[in-house]
Write a protein that binds this ligand. Structure first.
Ligand SMILES: NC(=O)c1ccc[n+]([C@@H]2O[C@H](COP(=O)([O-])OP(=O)(O)OC[C@H]3O[C@@H](n4cnc5c(N)ncnc54)[C@H](OP(=O)(O)O)[C@@H]3O)[C@@H](O)[C@H]2O)c1
Length: 385
């Protein structure tokens, strides 16, 4: 029986993980769950699985939740609560499905405590990849990627790292890839959160539509696989059937194919190196008929290029990009800026902010402090325009 802690249990990754636990009740036990503010759904999950440890953002929610449960549970709050759940002695695997920078907390302390971290949260790797790798090395933990493209690459690279020359991440292109500039100028938040192939949270759906998500994934792959960024390429593939490809030194190319369903990557991260059966709808290539691939249009979608530049610069530039993007996307989702202004504001923040420190020399609280500083700067910049 594997003991799991699911961070972000009320989100899209969290729900998919719960589905897997329902499917394999004799293999997985839920030791802990966390959410930020969606207390009622968290309570429902706690009651269903009788989860002994919970964490939420606010102390008052934690107290109310603890007293409303039909059984006795330990309900933690704040950043300290996330840390305590990550360090639970009985916990073997942490699923980090929190969106945003707070995912860094359970990922970092979990790795330091020697846990397996099934990592969906890409922000933590983008912002502090070197710190997470150092924590894994010092604490004996391991990162198994859950992002579908990185799960694909992880499976393809396994055992042949020396032979791999190039990595290819595929991108669906999001809902607007074939739109004209004029059509892009009319994109609303409601249109942007409807991803054609994947059911995901609002932030990552907007990032997919701008290709920022793919840019973050390039940085994520660079960190996860210790691979030079120039050797990590992106292919737009609207069908989302091929998730990753590796080019080997003899010119062979290996690809990973599956129906687009996050449960596959999550289950693999939980069971690696084993594979459990999973009855998803079958991959019917004859019915799909064609698989298309295009080079990304970085003129229409400049966010991908911005991510490559930031990856080259290194240091705290990826942190600046990630923090600024969180704010810019929030403003877009609130209808305060337009879709085409997203890359404009990201470039402006990157031009104006510069930090000299090296990520690996910073503590988690210093990283969170820099992140808050960039967020504040970005908010002020947008409001001043
Ligand atoms: N969804 C996917 O298919 C997918 C694929 C690849 C990678 N990812 C990555 O996985 C992560 C989660 O994505 P998602 O689509 O599952 O997001 P989501 O549906 O928006 O869910 C986010 C979860 O994180 C919790 N959360 C958000 N902010 C928090 C904070 N400050 N402190 C503590 N908990 C917080 C939320 O709690 P509340 O419900 O209480 O707000 C919720 O449980 C992201 O980093 C995303 O990039 C997702």
């Amino acid at each position: 029986m594997q003991s799991l802690v699911i961070f972000g249990a009320t989100g899209s990754i969290g729900s998919s993980t719960l589905d897997l636990v329902r499917k394999y009740p004799d293999k997985f036990r839920i030791l802990g769950i966390s959410a930020r503010k969606n207390i009622a759904p968290l309570k429902e999950i706690a009651e269903e699985f009788k989860v002994p440890y919970l964490a939420v953002e606010r102390e008052e929610d934690a107290k109310r939740l603890a007293s409303s449960l039909s059984y006795k549970a330990c309900v933690e709050s704040g950043e300290e609560g996330l840390r305590r759940l990550a360090e639970l002695e009985e916990a073997q695997t942490l699923v980090v499905g929190i969106s945003g920078i707070k995912g860094l907390i359970p990922a970092y302390y979990g790795l330091l405590a020697g846990k397996r971290v099934a990592l969906a949260n890409k922000e933590s790797l983008v912002v502090a990849g070197s710190l997470l790798k150092k924590a894994a090395k010092n604490g004996g933990g391991e990162i198994i990627p859950v992002d579908s493209e990185h799960s694909a690459l992880f499976q393809l690279i396994c055992g042949r790292k020396e032979e791999v020359e190039e990595l290819y991440l595929t991108a669906s292109g999001g809902p607007f890839y074939f739109c004209s500039e004029k059509e892009l100028s009319r994109v609303t938040p409601e249109m942007a959160v409807k991803h054609p192939n994947w059911k995901m949270g609002a932030k990552i759906s907007v990032d997919s539509a701008t290709l920022m998500n793919k840019g973050f994934e390039v940085i994520e792959a660079m960190e996860l696989f210790n691979f030079p960024v120039d050797k990590i390429k992106v292919l737009v593939h609207p069908q989302s059937i091929v998730h990753g490809l590796v080019k080997l030194r003899d010119g062979s190319v290996l690809a990973h194919l599956s129906v687009p369903d996050m449960r596959l990557a999550i289950l693999y991260a939980l069971t690696y190196p084993e594979r459990y059966p999973l009855e998803l709808s079958p991959l019917d290539l004859a019915r799909i008929g064609k698989l298309e691939f295009f080079s990304p249009d970085t003129k229409k979608f400049p966010c991908l290029e911005i991510a490559y530049e930031v990856a080259h610069e290194g240091g705290l530039k990826p942190l600046i990009l990630e923090a600024a993007d969180e704010v810019v996307v929030e403003f877009f989702l609130q209808g305060k800026i337009r879709f085409l202004q997203i890359p404009y504001f990201l470039k402006k923040v990157l031009e104006k902010l510069e930090f000299k420190e090296r990520v690996e020399n910073l503590s988690i609280s210093q990283i969170l402090e820099y992140h808050r500083e960039v967020r504040k700067f970005t908010e002020e910049l947008i409001c001043s325009q």
